[in-house]
Design a protein around this ligand. Structure first.
Ligand code: UDX
Length: 436
């Protein structure tokens, strides 16, 4: 058993639960605290709050061997000496990240203990937050109890457990080397680079990484727009440039753009951090604008083919923001659905893992004229067009002839470039991808 006792705040969120379960698997006694009593009760009955490959097994094993425990009582963190803050930092309407949950978490930890602990911020926070939190603790006479450390996470949904075990790097921002090494030493597999640096650098690394990934996607989407005009094929262009090791092949898939709870939010937050210091993040603003354009482009393609969308029936394949997750938070599918509804379309939606707006935690009343179905063929039946928004692997094996027969007009707009345009043409399906 390892000596350090770990606490997690936001222990039932996507990052907190993975972090807690994997550290417990490593042998640390871990207490995962979440203020959401209902979620805590549910996990105690064996029901995980979301799906993540490999997570359920790790949770079950570590709960059983007594290393992982869940609580809705912050007092249970009192005995822990290193607490990860894994709470949300959602976008405010201005684009700025709302750090109120992080402040609340740090204050709650500090007010509910006597002994000293490290509060390690996993949440993505604007540059300067750890310094401000330190001042906040000092102003409130709490600095003897809590010392701030920044340790940004780079876990991707759908492969979060695997990413925990195989990190590309470990970044720790702290004021003292001893504290930084304590955090880095929890889990640093051999050969994995560790960067120990200032709070500010650690906070910037996280934002810059996500902004770079977002910009890379917008870059390829920009080239895709030119491909459509001049008869190029973005898939070939993407492969051709990705083979250059200085570029690499990742995050070069053109499509309906990036979405989900991180990339867009972090990009907006970084743009607002530039604004705060009187600068303009020209490249990042363009990346965001191109992303908006990608969402509008699929709607325009439907309009161009069908004339008006008023009264048109459109089947939608995919609600999740990407495949292998049941997460619809900030999914691109939502603004696209709202836009189609505003234009008067009636929608039939399929997603292999999400069966209703209610299941997705959304208000059904906000989406009139939407019908959910349990098979992709049903989503196509009697529809004027099919719109693909998430690259679920099972969609790749669809019987295209059957889809064609189900559709009233053989029109497929594919926001994920899942099919071969020539095969579609041979079946007399009008197929419009992105940049092909
Ligand atoms: C991201 C970061 O990758 C991760 O390091 C960070 O910790 C959290 O944010 P995640 O949001 O899980 O992870 O998803 P990611 O795999 O990065 O995909 C984000 C979006 O970009 C998805 O909508 C995806 O479909 C889209 N995408 C990705 C593309 O459109 N093209 C690509 O080539 C790659």
């Amino acid at each position: 058993m390892k000596n350090t006792k770990i606490g997690i705040v936001g222990g039932l969120g996507h990052i907190g639960l993975i972090q807690g379960a994997c550290l417990a698997e490593l042998g640390y006694l871990t207490v995962a605290y979440d203020y959401n009593v209902k979620k805590v009760e549910e996990i105690l009955q064996g029901k995980l709050p979301f799906f993540e490959p490999g997570l359920e097994e790790t949770v079950n094993k570590t709960v059983k061997n007594g290393r992982l425990r869940f609580t809705a009582n912050v007092k249970d963190l009192e005995e822990t000496d290193l607490i990860f803050i894994c709470v949300g930092t959602p976008s405010l309407p201005s684009g700025e990240a709302d750090t109120s949950q992080v402040y609340a978490a740090v204050e709650e930890i500090a007010r509910n203990r006597e002994n000293h602990c490290l509060a390690v911020v996993k949440s993505t926070v604007p540059v300067g937050t750890n310094r401000k939190l330190t001042e906040f603790l000092k102003d409130n006479g709490l600095s003897e109890r809590v010392t701030m450390v920044s340790n940004p996470e780079f876990l991707r949904e759908g492969s979060g457990v695997n990413d925990f075990w195989n990190p590309s790097r470990i970044i720790v921002g702290a004021q003292s080397k001893e504290h930084a090494e304590k955090v880095a030493g929890l889990y640093s597999p051999p050969g994995v680079p560790v960067i120990i640096t200032s709070w500010e650098n650690a906070e910037l690394i996280k934002h810059a990484a996500n902004a770079f990934l977002a910009s890379k996607i917008s870059f390829i989407n920009e080239i895709a727009a030119l491909c459509e005009k001049v008869g190029g094929d973005i898939r070939v262009v993407s492969r051709g440039i990705g083979l250059d090791p200085r570029i690499n092949p990742y995050f070069l898939e053109a499509g309906v753009g990036f979405s989900g709870p991180c990339l867009e939010k972090d990009l907006k937050s970084l743009i607002s951090q530039f604004q705060k210091v009187g600068e303009k993040a020209k490249l990042l603003e363009s990346a965001l604008e191109i992303n908006e354009r990608q969402r509008n482009a699929v709607v325009h393609k439907l309009q161009e083919q069908l004339g008006t969308l008023k009264g048109r029936r459109i089947g939608i394949l995919g609600m999740a923001f990407k495949a292998e997750t049941d997460d619809v938070r900030d999914s691109h599918s939502l603004p696209i659905i709202r836009k189609l509804l505003a234009l008067g379309a009636a929608l039939t939606v399929h997603d292999p893992w999400i069966q209703s707006f209610q299941q997705a935690g959304l208000d059904e009343g906000e989406f009139p004229e939407v019908r959910w179905v349990t098979s992709p063929y049903k989503a196509a039946e009697g529809q004027d067009a099919l719109l693909i928004l998430t690259a679920w692997p099972e969609y790749r094996n669809l019987d295209l002839q059957r889809l064609r027969e189900a559709l009233v007009y053989p029109l497929i707009v594919d926001g994920r470039n899942m099919f071969d345009p020539q095969e579609m043409q041979a079946l007399n399906i009008k197929y419009l991808g992105v940049g092909i």
